[in-house]
Design a protein around this ligand. Structure first.
Ligand SMILES: CC(C)(COP(=O)(O)OP(=O)(O)OC[C@H]1O[C@@H](n2cnc3c(N)ncnc32)[C@H](O)[C@@H]1OP(=O)(O)O)[C@@H](O)C(=O)NCCC(=O)NCCS
Length: 206
């Protein structure tokens, strides 16, 4: 009932379609019965840190920490823009993050850290990793198209996993599109394995 009212309100504002955040199967089914369809299917991958060995990273090429401000959630405008620009270059227009998405992602976990990789002072990749309790989450990972296949993502992911292990996480989880072969292959090369269910972004025309 609440959702139907909400759809009515959103339509009255002039929107022609709505999209949800990524949701677990049971909830996605409920939305499906309200006329929503799947817009993106994501697999959930998990890496256990039961034998937590830190991954060695050569200091000269190791990703750096991007400071996120006093409340650990705020980014200075120039840093925020550089992250958003890189994200837009890495993901298709439909799926790249805006300021609100990034703010939500920063706030989604109890702790968070952004690692960046630069070459000649230009940002070539970033990762946002967070943790809540004993669980680590790779929230976002992106490498500029011009910097790919040279190990940037591998180093960013290694820095994230080391951070998660250092914060006492017993596992790290990531979601990525089922059809995203580069990302699937990257995570699996680090030992991530598929969990028994995925997430779905649902969409409905109004
Ligand atoms: C996925 C992504 C982060 C990989 O970045 P990258 O810096 O090129 O990755 P690396 O060079 O560290 O590659 C590490 C491994 O990932 C896999 N991989 C990376 N790109 C690949 C591709 N195009 N096809 C198949 N496997 C690929 C390979 O296993 C690779 O190891 P190898 O080079 O020894 O074969 C990058 O393609 C990207 O930003 N894509 C768009 C955003 C995205 O999908 N983010 C992840 C979503 S959670």
């Amino acid at each position: 009932m609440v959702i139907k009212q909400w759809l009515h309100t959103v339509a009255s504002w002039g929107y022609t379609s709505v999209r949800t955040s990524a949701m677990a199967p049971q909830l996605a089914e409920r939305f499906s019965s309200l006329g929503f369809h799947s817009a993106q299917d994501l697999s959930l991958l998990r890496l256990s840190h039961s034998a937590p060995d830190l991954i060695a990273l050569a200091p000269d090429i190791a990703p750096r920490v991007m400071r996120t401000g006093p409340l650990s959630q705020r980014l200075r405008p120039a840093r925020l823009n550089s992250i958003l620009e890189l994200d837009a270059a890495a993901f298709s227009t439909e799926w790249h993050m805006d300021r609100a998405n990034l703010t939500d992602a920063l706030a989604a976990t109890h702790r968070r850290r952004i690692f960046v990789s630069r070459r000649n002072n230009a940002l070539e990749g970033f990762v946002l990793v967070g943790s809540t309790g004993q669980h680590g989450f790779v929230q976002r990972l992106a490498v500029h198209p011009d910097a790919r296949r040279s190990g940037v993502a591998s180093r960013l992911l290694a820095a994230s996993l080391n951070w998660a292990i250092g914060h006492g996480c017993t596992d790290t989880v990531v979601n990525t599109e089922i059809t995203n072969e580069p990302a699937q292959s990257l995570y699996k090369s680090f030992g991530f394995i598929d969990m028994h269910y995925g997430l779905t972004v649902m969409e409905r025309e109004l």
